[in-house]
Design a protein around this ligand. Structure first.
Ligand SMILES: [Ca+2]
Ligand SMILES: [Ca+2]
Ligand SMILES: [Ca+2]
Length: 218
């Protein structure tokens, strides 16, 4: 009885002889394909990880921005910054770490850095929504000078939130004394929200402008 293999009704012995002849070539071919795939994976995987960390950090910054806005609407004032990474606001500190414990959020980015936060001092001392609204309008009209600006003075901000990004350091112009953190030693001028990443800047910054916050109180 003659055995047939299923592939194109070739007699089995012929098929296996035939198969032997191709094994090495097929193996080499497979190895080349696997090599290409591994190579592609090695290139794509870090890119995907980088993209996902960036996306997550942007989300954390946005979440902080929303929590701070909610805090202002609920309490009639903005929180002060935290002078340490413990997340509790320190009265009289206007540039430092996000007071995440005061806000009840996690406060870290995807690179595990605590977010930075800077606030206009004039908006931290009010006690009611009415007082807060008056203080905002005084800053908007210039009756009281606004303190915090972004984008070379183009945006007058109530507050800014900053993730130090992949290099886990705040970069200029958010950090002015080149120590990688935002503290009272730095000034109140910050980068434009959503500024593109460059070789020397990878911070993720978001801001709430005076006029936007005023609008939220209407
Ligand atoms: Ca950075
Ligand atoms: Ca600094
Ligand atoms: Ca600065």
């Amino acid at each position: 009885m003659k055995m047939f293999c299923s592939w194109r009704h070739m007699p089995a012995e012929k098929f296996f002889n035939h198969k032997k002849g191709f094994t090495l070539i097929e193996l080499a071919f497979v190895l080349v394909i696997v090599g290409i795939l591994v190579g592609m994976g090695a290139e794509i995987l870090p890119m995907l990880v980088k993209q996902s960390k960036l996306k997550e950090s942007r989300l954390m910054v946005r979440e902080a921005k929303t929590a701070i806005t909610g805090y202002a609407l609920a309490t009639g004032r903005l929180p002060c910054a935290s002078s340490s990474t413990d997340g509790s606001e320190n009265s009289g500190t206007y540039r430092g770490y996000l007071p995440y414990a005061t806000l009840g959020i996690s406060g870290s980015d995807a690179y595990l850095s605590t977010l930075f936060y800077a606030v206009d001092p004039y908006l931290t001392g009010t006690a009611t929504t009415e007082e807060f609204k008056t203080a905002l309008s005084e800053l908007i009209t210039g009756t009281h000078s606004p303190a915090v600006t972004c984008d070379s003075g183009n945006i007058q901000a109530a507050f800014v939130v900053i993730s130090p990004g992949k290099n886990i350091r705040a970069d200029a112009p958010n950090d002015d004394n080149n120590n990688g953190t935002v503290t009272t030693a730095d000034n109140n001028q910050f980068e434009k929200p959503g500024a593109p990443e460059t070789a020397s800047y990878d911070d993720i910054l978001d801001a709430v402008s005076l006029t936007y916050l005023y609008g939220r109180l209407e």
